[in-house]
Each structure stands twice: as C-alpha cells, then as structure tokens.
Write a protein that binds this ligand. Structure first.
Ligand code: ATP
Ligand code: MG
Length: 512
C-alpha cells in the first residue's frame, strides 16, 4: 500500500525565539475524523475548520469530504503549540498525504501562515523570528504570508517565499508557477522628523549635555524640575540624538516587534525605539507576560529608550519590577511549565517634579509643600531604583527673556556626530569580548576593572571620593562607566579626574 504519511516543518514562537516543530499527517482507513494532537491550544484546534473551509473555497477536496481518518501530530509533544500559524503547514501536509499535490522534498523548508476561510493567507506574528530559526538550523527556504515577507527578508541566506493564497503555493510547489522569492530587505534610515529635535530647545545646556552622555553610553537618567521647565520635551528630544542602529541590534529589535505582532508591511523598525508608557500602566503591560507571553514596554524599548514621565506616579510594583531588568538587560517571566527570557536592555529616561507642588528649589516661586509631603513624595522612588540611575539632573525654569532672546542653534548636529563617534569607540573597545555588548553601560564590574583605565591623578580622586561619600558598590561602577562615556565623547584614551568629577556630580544627587 502506498504511504499515506507526510512530514513538513513549521515553527512555534517561544517568547522571541522560534522553535522548530514537525507536522506529521497520517491518513488512515476508518470513519471520517480530523484530529490535531500534540499539546495544541484552542486557536490551533480551530485550525481544522479554517483549513476545511479554505480548501473548499479554493476548489480543493477538504478534509471534511475525506471519508478517512486524518491525524495530524505536532512534535515534539512537550512544547505547547499556540496560535494559528500552523494552518499552512497542516494544509501542505494534508495535501501531500492525500496526494492532492505532487510529492516534493519537504526537508529544509518551513511553512507558517494563518488561513482565512477563502484560502488567503493572513499575516502572522514572529515571521522574522522564524527566518532566524531557519538560518540557525540551516533550512534554506521559508514559506510565509505575503504581508510578512519584508520583515523575514531582513535575514539573508534564507529564501523567503511570500504566499498570497493556497492556489499560489500549490502551483509553486508543483513547479507550475514559481513564486519569486522576496528580495533581501535593505535598511533604510528613516529621515522623517522626530517629534522634538534637540535643536529646538533653547538654553538648558546642562540637561542637554547630560542627555548626550546618556545617549552615547546608554546611561539611565532622571530629570527633575518645576512644572513647565521642559523635562518632557527634553526627554523626547533624546530621540533625535540616539546613535544609529547596528545590524545585529536592528534584527534584535525587529524580532521583538515581530513576536509582538507589531510589524506591519512597511513599518520595520529602522531606528531605536522610544517607548513612553503612561504612569497608569499595569505590571503586565510594562514587563510583559500573560498566558501567551507578549513583550512588555521594557522589551519594546530594547536597545532604545524607556521614558517614564512623572516617575513617582507609577505604581510601586511596576517600578520595583524594573530593578531586575535594569541590572541584567533581560526579563524573566515564569510560566506554568518553563521560564521565559525576553531581552530588555533599555536606557531609562525619567522625569519628575522635586515635590508635589513642583517648586522645591525654584529660584523665584516658593514651594508650598510641608517637609513631610516632600519626603513622602520622594520616597515613592525606592533607594534601589535610584541606585540604578546613573545620572540625575536638575532642569530649572529658564527665564522667559532667555527663551525669547535665544535663537535656534545647530548644536544638535554636532552632538549627534560626537555621539556616533563615541559609540564607535565603544564598539572598538568591546569587539574582542565573547558576549556581545554595545555600550559602556552594558559592562560588568569585571569588565570595568579590565577595560577602564584611570589616569594617575584620577585614581587618587577616586580614592578620595570613595573615602568620603556613601556611594554603593553599584554606584561606584555606574559612575565609572559614565565617566568612561564622558571620556569617549572627547575621544580621550584614559579617564581623567575631570571626567570622574562630572560623572560623580550626576550620581551624587541621590544622597539627598
Ligand atoms: N528650553 C525650552 N525651549 C523651548 N521651549 C521650551 C523650553 N522649555 C519649555 N518649553 C516649552 O514649554 C512646554 C512645556 O514643557 P514640558 O512639557 O517639557 O515641561 P515639563 O517640565 O515636563 O513640565 P511638567 O512638570 O508639568 O510635566 C514645551 O512643550 C515647550 O513648548
Ligand atoms: Mg512633563
């Protein structure tokens, strides 16, 4: 008897990693049945209905008309299969097993796509992740919905076949009408205006300097100042000076967005993300999770900026949950069966008022808060969180005359160049390391000891600082890293006491 069995490959998305799944289809004598086995969730068991309708509407004999027993097995059995992207692989497997299409070599090919009832392919989440999987496993081709082709084609060396509908893929597999593979997606730096350009901000030299350091080395920054002084605007202007993306970073970011189902055909992420969740954001929205875990804001801000405006207004548990990712650059979500790790290496930019009324320390307006109120307000941000912030800057109100008098400058353009150069210096510094890091802020304490050279006078300055102040071990290393970035912005080989004292000034403020 001829073999009524087929095997094709598909993929499951686990966080942002795609895993290879085998889809076996067996046609047996017996009463009609169509079953999917192997830890399938609800969306997947509904796949049977979609496939049957899609095939019927494409003029092909559907499983429902097959008076035999159809069993689809998804292996390995211990990986939970979620979502609807198996439709395409199951359909191809069924067509092969029932000999409705000519046999072809299924090795080296991955099929993923959701079907609509009329046989068209709907976009899926994680197409880029599937393309990376194919590359890593030496698979040569992936068949995915047309709408996902551009993102998947960011990965070179894998042939991406964009599929519009069932008939198209059948004609292709039978060599009757071959579909052109998607051309490799070229990176196009976006040129459109950012909402705030640093050039539009008048005065505020200190804050701008601090923002440049934060952008160059990926340091966390907290701005505080009275209402209307420009904190929110400054943080948004950070967008305009962030350095361009490296190819690897670009793939990482797009994989997260692809897994979250947030990549549209022409909305690939070619620049660093800037996320600014509202202070009412829930824990799950911020760190990610849920039954089918989705990346949260901190992962969506990976390799970019997470901006928390009105920092003390965020829920305490949300702020505390940032502590671990701020340290490790990833978030661990525990699930029923296994743990999931999502990347979350972001630069934290935060803004707050110094007290509830907002005018504490203001040169002209008097603060109306009691000492107790101010204390309580400050306490909303815990010590451990503050300890993870490298730079604290005050953003004072600038005089209206200054605002009216000053004209726009082009200093932002020079800043951008300097930041770009500083990133290149950092890249050079880290190129020999085994684990890939991009910025000074990513360094471990061991790497700091090995890679940061203090000028002799800086060494004695550091000793004095450590003797006299209450800086924590973490604070010490963070300050050292900030100083390294300041030196990089000047293209200085060693860190001098000037660099250190500037870094110390930014770090110091959390003592009061
Ligand atoms: N230095 C500046 N140059 C140009 N415009 C400025 C400057 N400072 C403030 N502005 C103007 O003031 C507006 C208010 O600033 P912004 O919203 O950033 O204040 P804020 O410090 O965040 O206030 P709050 O504490 O109330 O949130 C800006 O949208 C901008 O139009
Ligand atoms: Mg604001």
């Amino acid at each position: 008897m001829a073999k009524n069995l087929s095997k094709v490959y598909s993929a499951e998305l686990d966080g942002i990693k795609a895993k290879l799944i085998e889809v076996e289809t067996d046609i047996n004598v017996g009463l009609h049945s169509f079953n999917i086995v192997g830890l399938a969730d609800k969306a997947l068991s509904e796949s049977r209905e979609r496939i049957s309708s899609a095939l019927k509407n494409s003029g092909i004999k559907p499983p429902t008309k097959e008076n035999r027993k159809i069993t689809v097995n998804l292996a390995p059995a211990d990986v939970k299969k979620t979502g609807s992207q198996y439709d395409l692989a199951i359909t191809v497997g069924y067509l092969l097993a029932t000999k409705q299409i000519e046999e072809f070599d299924t090795r080296g090919k991955i099929f993923a796509g959701e079907l609509s009832l009329d046989g068209e392919l709907r976009p899926i989440s994680g197409a880029l992740n599937i393309a990376s999987l194919a590359k890593n496993k030496n698979f040569s081709e992936i068949f995915i919905p047309h709408a996902n082709a551009a993102e998947a084609a960011l990965i070179n060396k894998v042939k991406v076949i964009p599929i519009k509908n069932i008939q198209e893929i059948i004609a292709h597999l039978e060599n009757k009408k071959v579909i052109e593979p998607q051309t490799h997606t070229r990176i196009m730096p976006k040129t459109e205006e950012v909402s705030y350009d640093i050039n539009h901000i008048k005065g505020q030299m200190n804050a701008k300097r601090a923002l440049a350091i934060a952008a160059a080395g990926g340091h966390n920054i907290l701005m505080s100042g009275p209402p209307g002084s420009g904190k929110t605007m400054l943080a948004q202007a950070l967008m305009s000076i962030l350095p361009p993306l490296e190819m690897d970073e670009l793939i990482e970011i797009n994989q997260i967005y692809s897994a979250a189902g947030m990549l549209k055909e022409d909305s690939l992420m070619f620049r660093r993300p800037f996320r600014s969740p509202h202070h009412s954001a829930s824990l799950a929205a911020m760190v990610g999770g849920g039954t089918n875990p989705r990346p949260g804001e901190i992962s969506l801000a990976h390799r970019g900026v997470l901006f928390l405006d009105e920092l003390p207004e965020f829920h305490r548990d949300v702020l505390e949950a940032l502590r671990q990712p701020l340290e490790s650059g990833a978030i661990h979500i525990s699930r029923a069966k296994h743990n999931l790790e999502l990347p979350a290496k972001f630069t934290l930019a935060a803004a707050m008022n110094p007290c509830p009324c907002g005018y504490l320390g203001d040169a002209e307006k008097e603060c109306r808060c009691t000492a107790n109120e101010t204390l309580r307000y400050g306490k909303k941000i815990s010590g451990p969180l503050l300890d993870r912030i490298d730079m604290q800057v005050e953003v004072p109100r600038i005089k209206i005359e200054t605002l009216r008098g000053a004209s726009e400058t082009k200093e932002g353009d020079t800043l951008r160049e300097k930041i770009k150069l500083a990133r290149q210096i950092q890249k050079e510094r880290f190129k020999k390391l085994k684990n890939k890091i991009y910025t000074n802020s990513d360094m471990t304490s061991k790497q700091c000891d090995e890679l940061i050279h203090l000028a002799p006078e800086a060494d004695s300055f550091m000793k004095m600082v450590l003797d006299k102040s209450f800086i924590s071990a973490r604070g010490y290393y963070r300050m050292l890293k900030t100083a390294r970035t300041i030196a990089d912005l000047e293209n200085s080989e060693s860190v001098t006491s000037e660099h250190l004292s500037e870094a110390f000034n930014y770090k110091l403020k959390d003592k009061n």
